[in-house]
Ligand binder design. Structure first.
Ligand code: SF4
Length: 346
């Protein structure tokens, strides 16, 4: 691989095409870390608003560590995957406890923070400190698989090692931060999963600035790469929620409870739940409900949110009586928020 040519072409492409994003203007490791955690499994546009809110509200790790966990969860509301928010908070506390402020300085320290894998640690170390670590996100795996025409699954332990070797052959030791940012962006915008340009209908490979180096383009295999290992079956769950609604003094009250135990949405609040086997429970005639399908990494959820208007709220253990207009003070799952919106209750 002609690396001089690769860097020249890639960096020129980057200068002409990169998106202007707030975390790209900074080398503040704390801010970069926030952006990376927020952007995991979140679209850039949505993530940007959250990022700006978080850095404004908690501009340093000390301030985040001193916050109340429920407040952090509330600020996170709508982003989903709440374990990320909890890890963010736990990490901030760990950094302060260990005296690593303003932010850990080595790859190994960064890697020890909860919720941080090789990708995020590499991204922070290279963007903030220009350390020569790769940052392999899904976009980079795709570009690497195609440049080398590597057709083994990248998400097995063997595959990960192989792809790590390949990216280390490419990494620009002089400018690792620039290289990682550029190749990630290149995967996001140019070397996309579907290679057809939606506007022109042409293959992006035809206008690719590094196409001459690309083995998959030469072999006609680009659209088939990268290869994943076969997915295991998702566990199906059926969740039947009841939204009790009782009017009192011009306000509407409902019941919620906090999730406990080792399960999804730990510590978040939700409506009284009955989980059923094999199917959702039948809906009583005349009831208003909304059915939602929600996919988590290992589970397929089928959820039914049923409104039930009552004169008095029933006595259900471990529930709390709250007014509907106070619900936003509680950390609710994304699914619950969607249901509330669809039922026009929020
Ligand atoms: S030629 Fe096509 S597959 Fe190869 S790097 Fe360029 S866009 Fe990606």
């Amino acid at each position: 691989m002609n690396l001089t040519y690769l860097y020249e072409q890639l960096y020129r492409w980057w200068e002409q095409n990169k998106r202007v994003l707030p975390w790209r203007d900074t080398t503040d490791a704390y801010a970069i870390w926030l952006s990376e955690i927020i952007l995991q499994q979140t679209r850039v546009q949505q993530g940007t608003d959250y990022y700006l809110r978080f850095v404004r509200r908690w501009p340093t790790v000390d301030e985040l560590a001193a916050a109340d966990e429920q407040e952090v969860l509330r600020e996170w509301q709508g982003l989903g995957y709440y374990s990320r928010a909890r890890n963010l908070y736990r990490s901030a506390q760990m950094i302060v406890e260990r005296g690593w402020q303003p932010f850990p300085r080595t790859f190994d320290q960064i890697r020890q923070l909860p919720g941080i894998g090789d990708y995020t640690a590499g991204a922070i170390a290279s963007f903030a400190y220009d350390m020569p670590y790769p940052a392999m996100d899904g976009n980079v795996y795709r570009v690497v698989a195609r440049l080398f025409d590597a057709d083994e699954p990248f998400d097995t332990s063997h595959g990960k090692r192989r792809f790590h070797e390949l990216i280390m052959q490419l990494l620009d030791r002089q400018h690792p931060g620039l290289f990682n940012a550029a190749i990630m962006e290149f995967g996001a915008l140019q070397c996309t999963p579907t290679l057809t340009d939606t506007e022109t209908g042409e293959s992006r490979c035809d206008s690719c600035p590094i196409g001459e180096l690309c083995a998959a383009r030469r072999h006609g295999t680009a659209a088939l790469l990268p290869v994943r290992k076969p997915r295991p079956q998702l566990r199906k769950r059926y969740l039947n929620y009841t939204i009790y609604l009782a009017e009192q003094d011009g306000r509407t009250y409902t019941l919620i409870h906090q999730r406990t135990g080792r399960d999804i949405w730990q510590h978040l609040w939700e409506f009284p739940l009955a989980e059923s086997e094999g199917a959702l429970l039948p809906l009583p005639e005349g009831s208003t409900a909304v059915d939602l399908k929600h996919t988590l990494s290992h589970q397929q959820l089928y959820a039914r949110f049923r409104k039930q208007t009552v004169r008095e709220l029933p006595d259900i253990p471990d529930t709390r009586r709250v007014a509907l207009d106070e619900l936003d003070e509680y950390g609710l799952s994304r699914l619950t928020l969607i249901a509330l919106e669809k039922l026009k209750l929020f």
